[in-house]
Design a protein around this ligand. Structure first.
Ligand SMILES: Cc1cc2nc3c(=O)[nH]c(=O)nc-3n(C[C@H](O)[C@H](O)[C@H](O)COP(=O)(O)O)c2cc1C
Length: 217
């Protein structure tokens, strides 16, 4: 085996940066907010990056990284192209999982739930804060469609820059989704692989009756 692969194979990382008591309150949004802030405070690079997994019509899962842009006491908001692969999959199965990994804190958070488009006024509000180049990029990229060449994309960008010399409106196919969770797992690495896992679960997105339990690591 190659040396680096051997080193990786024999590296047994010991997780010892924290622990999770049973007393983490009764509101997973409050606790997520606390962990998110701690990830920010320790300067965890890309603390708002998460893996979004969706499923295709025939049950094939697919995953990609996105940025979390907003959170409130209902759910977690991200922005993308509604006509992308993920958008098409969400229109058939409006369910997804989000996974955060905060390496510096040896933590992961697994979130599962239902995904809804946010209202267009909220998408407009966020789109208007983006740099001009990103706004034009949202128009230029037919996200997830086949692209003949990089030049095709750059030509489209140039054409769009001419079409919108000042304000760039939000493309109708671009906007936010909110994942409304039914389950959130907080995972804290512990020594000897005896990690702490605390799970909040509720029957539906309308319930405020969260059950909290622990799982084997
Ligand atoms: C760190 C990072 C952040 C990203 N953030 C976003 C994002 O917020 N929205 C988005 O549409 N794509 C984002 N992407 C690109 C996606 O990972 C993905 O390539 C794109 O959304 C197309 O996915 P799809 O074809 O599965 O729909 C990001 C990629 C990385 C590496």
């Amino acid at each position: 085996m190659e040396d680096f692969l051997n080193q990786i194979r024999n590296d047994h990382h010991n997780f010892d940066k924290g622990q999770l008591s049973d007393h983490i309150g009764n509101d997973p949004f409050v606790f997520f907010h606390q962990w998110f802030k701690e990830a920010f405070d320790v300067k965890q690079p890309e603390e708002n990056a998460f893996v979004l997994s969706t499923v295709s019509e025939n049950g094939q899962p697919s995953s990609r990284i996105l940025y979390l842009k907003e959170l409130d006491d209902q759910g977690f908001v991200f922005y993308t192209n509604y006509a992308s692969q993920k958008g098409a999959e969400l229109s058939v199965h409006p369910k997804a999982s989000m996974l955060f990994f905060w390496h510096q804190l040896e933590r992961q958070v697994r979130i599962e739930g239902i995904v809804e488009k946010i209202d267009s006024a909220s998408s407009d509000a966020y789109f208007s804060t983006r740099p001009r180049s990103s706004k034009l990029g949202a128009w230029a990229s037919h996200q997830s469609q086949k692209l003949n060449s990089r030049d095709t994309l750059m030509d489209r960008l140039e054409e769009l820059a001419g079409r919108y010399p000042e304000e760039v409106p939000r493309p109708p196919h671009w906007g936010g989704y909110k994942l409304i969770p039914t389950q959130i797992e907080f995972w804290q690495g512990r020594p000897s692989r005896l990690h702490d896992r605390l799970i909040f679960e509720r029957d539906s997105i309308w319930s405020s009756d969260w059950k909290l339990f622990r799982k084997n690591p």
